[in-house]
Design a protein around this ligand. Structure first.
Ligand code: ADP
Ligand code: ADP
Length: 225
């Protein structure tokens, strides 16, 4: 059970207001997208949720817990970025296993979970490959598997597909949606691509200069005049 609530969240740098009163109520297992032009504050929301930066006002709650009282490392919030940041000297298997090994999970459990996630992202044939032997799309699948395997309560995705070419991107959008349904994990995706938002989301928040301009399901958003 992981719902995410933002109440009147503000972010200010000196005299620049980056977020001016964000309210969101994201349900457990929901896939929401933050859609908007560059610079409107999408990534700032993700950084506040993950604890990379603090809000200057308002409240952020995950499962009813105020994030002011939960240090970033205890939040169980995962993050996937545009650049894959894989360990170059580790195989696909080792990259995916890394987080669980750090937690000192029993070897049998690690092996089971790693196999499961590698299969889920469709890389069973590439388990022993190194990142440089993979295509961009395959590398991003590894990054996704590595984030999923530790079972975060919430997975944040910051333009994870925007470096990939159009065809692979379309394909991965559909896969991402399928994986999210299968794991029933709460996910928040940042994108400036309308079609991507349409394809993956239960709900879209359209942002505009630090605020939410519109909110609704893809069909609600795109049938409005
Ligand atoms: P988006 O993800 O929608 O492209 P960001 O959340 O990255 O937008 O940035 C929103 C705004 O905040 C931008 O105008 C950016 O220049 C500004 N900003 C981000 N980080 C800082 C910072 N450390 N100091 C000052 N301004 C910042
Ligand atoms: P440690 O880092 O503790 O030595 P291991 O490398 O032995 O851990 O791996 C832990 C578990 O993962 C073992 O059950 C091992 O069989 C399995 N494992 C490790 N590497 C691979 C791999 N490339 N393919 C499949 N299973 C692997």
């Amino acid at each position: 059970m992981s719902n995410v609530v933002l109440k009147d969240v503000h972010k200010q740098y000196q005299d620049t207001h980056v977020l001016s009163g964000i309210d969101m109520n994201i349900e457990d297992g929901e896939f929401v997208t933050l859609l908007g032009p560059s610079g409107c504050g999408k990534s700032t929301i993700l950084r506040i949720l993950s604890g990379l930066t603090d809000a200057t006002g308002g409240n952020v709650m995950i499962d009813g817990k105020d994030m002011k009282k939960v240090p970033p490392k205890n939040r169980q919030v995962g993050m996937v970025f545009q650049s894959y940041a894989l360990f170059p000297n580790m195989t696909v298997y080792e990259n995916v296993a890394f987080g669980l090994k750090m937690r000192k999970e029993p070897a049998k459990e690690v092996a089971e979970q790693v196999e499961k996630m590698i299969n889920l992202v469709g890389l069973q044939e590439k388990k022993e490959a190194y990142p440089h032997e993979l295509s961009g799309g395959q590398q991003q699948r590894v990054a996704l598997a590595r984030s999923l395997v530790v079972r975060p309560k919430v997975l944040l995705l910051d333009e994870p597909l925007s470096a990939l070419d159009a065809q692979i991107r379309k394909h991965l959008q559909v896969e991402l949606r399928t994986i999210q349904r299968e794991l029933k994990m709460t996910m928040i995706l940042v994108t400036h691509d309308q079609e991507e938002a349409m394809t993956v989301s239960d709900r879209i928040f359209v942002m505009n200069q630090g605020g939410i301009a519109q909110e609704g399901t893809p069909s609600e958003i795109y049938t409005q005049p």
